[in-house]
Design a protein around this ligand. Structure first.
Ligand code: NAD
Length: 476
């Protein structure tokens, strides 16, 4: 019997009848074939001189830049990212490619004093085929912040993108136009197959899938990094500029419908709970909501129906206990009950939206051990918590299994420095939203948010190469 071919399909979250991509899944055999192909060309790629690799990456940057409008529109259509953010993601993708095109020329080792006569030096070498497994929420930037350094330092790449972002990945491959960069359509099965075959594995996605990928790679003894979810806290101290803090927090919690690993999930008010609640609710109500292709939109749709339902179920479960819904909590836009409402102050009424929309949701009154106060729900939902002191706020912020990003709002420099040294997150941001990332600095999480070394910036060279120590002694 011929096995059924499974199709990988992506649909527009704003208009779910719109099929954006539909391709047969590569299957385990397809992944193995792609890895073999990548292995076959890796030696030549690594043997090219640095200028040749730099030129290839610079050309790729030009190609992505030349297609900027088209790519931004595709990101909007395929994953529902608001167009302003989609354009920024394309611009960042170009910068990432240019940055690693230059990093090709960085030193690959160091010369040391030999113990006798001769030469003692280290030299970093590529690892082989990099297997990249990526999520849908940054469908260009995440594949590129892994692939660009992998390629720059002499590896070849097999990318297994999220099914929901397949069209973006395939278009990226066309634009890069490199034999050394291949995309395999697929889901969990293909991701698992890649983790079983690549020479180095870099994963970004949920904590559950990351744990499986990590276990497979560690079992085989190949380098692996897994960047996963967060439950990011923003601490608002009594001396903070409340208006600015609230505006940043609202955008960080609800922008792109809260579908960023670094989105603010918890707001911790230190002795100023009433004012913080009021300011945040007002700021949330001002956010543009609706069609992601509208330049005024900040909060668009959720990626799919299941993601939308996880938000409303989480809100309902909180409200069924001790929690109170301060804003939102309902499906918006006529795809289910509670839709077609409108919020005073919002730029656009909900009515007429056909996609996977949920009202931006703020929940109050939960104990710290409530699932919503401890676990990531990947959508526009956050909780407000109170702390009597800065110490209590730090304990609350650190009291979850994640450790990706945190923010502190204060005008007191001593406080800012003290808290930034005690928050156990990979990113600590003072008077800046949890959701910002600089591509030229190391990025990654602590605890269940990250494993296996940082990515991006200069940290990427360490991950995609291994250091060899070379001793050269005189022949006699
Ligand atoms: P996901 O874990 O469902 O999927 C991520 C990728 O892993 C996809 O390509 C998927 O097909 C693949 N996959 C799924 N199961 C697998 C398995 N068993 N073996 C191998 N591969 C498997 O995540 P998602 O829904 O695409 O993305 C959202 C999640 O990603 C959120 O938890 C978010 O916080 C996280 N994220 C983290 C970062 C970061 O840098 N820390 C950045 C963006 C998103």
């Amino acid at each position: 019997m011929i096995p059924a071919i499974s199709l990988i399909e992506s649909r527009s979250p704003h208009a779910p009848a719109d099929v954006v991509a539909s391709f047969p899944a590569a299957g385990e055999a397809g992944v193995q074939a792609a890895v073999l192909l990548a292995q076959a060309v890796q030696h030549d790629w690594a043997a090219r001189n640095a200028s040749a690799r730099a030129t290839a990456l610079a050309r790729a940057a030009d190609a992505v830049e030349g297609a900027a409008d088209e790519l931004a529109a595709l990101v909007v259509r395929e994953v529902g990212k608001p167009v302003t953010e989609a354009r920024a993601e394309v611009a960042r993708s170009v910068s990432i490619l240019r940055y690693y095109a230059q990093q090709v020329f960085d030193p690959v080792g160091a010369v040391h004093e030999p113990s006798g006569a001769g030469l003692l030096f280290t030299r970093r070498r590529p690892l082989g085929v990099a297997g990249l497994i990526t999520p849908w929420n940054f469908p260009l930037a995440i594949p590129l912040w892994k692939a660009a350094p992998a390629l720059a330092f002499g590896n070849t790449v097999v990318l297994k993108p999220a099914p929901q972002a397949l069209a973006c990945a395939l278009r990226l491959a066309e634009l890069l136009d490199l034999n050394e960069f291949q995309v395999v359509p697929g889901g969990a099965e293909e991701g698992a197959a890649l983790a079983e075959t690549a020479d180095v594995v870099s994963f970004t996605g949920s904590a559950a899938a990351g744990a499986l990928v990590r276990a497979a790679a560690v079992r085989r003894g190949v380098p692996v990094q897994t960047e996963m979810g967060g439950h990011n806290a923003a601490i608002v101290l009594p001396d903070a500029d409340l208006e600015s803090a609230a505006a940043q927090i609202a955008a960080a919690a609800m922008g792109f419908a809260g579908q960023k690993c670094t989105a603010t999930r918890r707001i911790i008010a230190v002795g100023n709970g009433d004012e913080v609640r009021q300011a945040v609710l007002a700021a949330v109500a001002r956010l543009g909501f609706g069609d992601p292709s509208d330049p005024g939109t900040v909060v668009g749709p959720l990626i799919d129906e299941a993601a939308r339902d996880r938000v409303t179920v989480a809100a309902a479960s909180a409200a069924a206990g001790v929690g109170r819904i301060l804003a939102g909590g309902r499906i918006a836009g006529g795809t289910g009950e509670g839709g077609a409402g409108s919020r005073a102050g919002s730029r656009q009424a909900f009515g007429g939206l056909g996609g996977w929309y949920v009202e931006p949701t703020v929940v109050d009154g939960l104990f710290a051990d409530h699932p919503l106060a401890r676990e990531e729900v990947f959508g526009p939902i956050c909780v407000v918590q109170d702390a009597a002191s800065a110490d209590e706020a730090v304990a609350l912020a650190n009291g979850v299994r994640y450790g990706l990003a945190s923010a502190v709002y204060t005008r007191d420099l001593d406080r800012a420095l003290d808290l930034s040294a005690r928050l156990d997150t990979g990113l600590v941001r003072v008077n800046a939203p949890t959701s910002g990332v600089d591509f030229y600095l190391p990025f990654g999480g602590e605890k269940d948010s990250g494993y296996g070394g940082r990515e991006q910036g200069k940290a990427a060279q360490d991950f995609y190469t291994s250091s060899h120590t070379v001793t050269v002694s005189p022949s006699r």
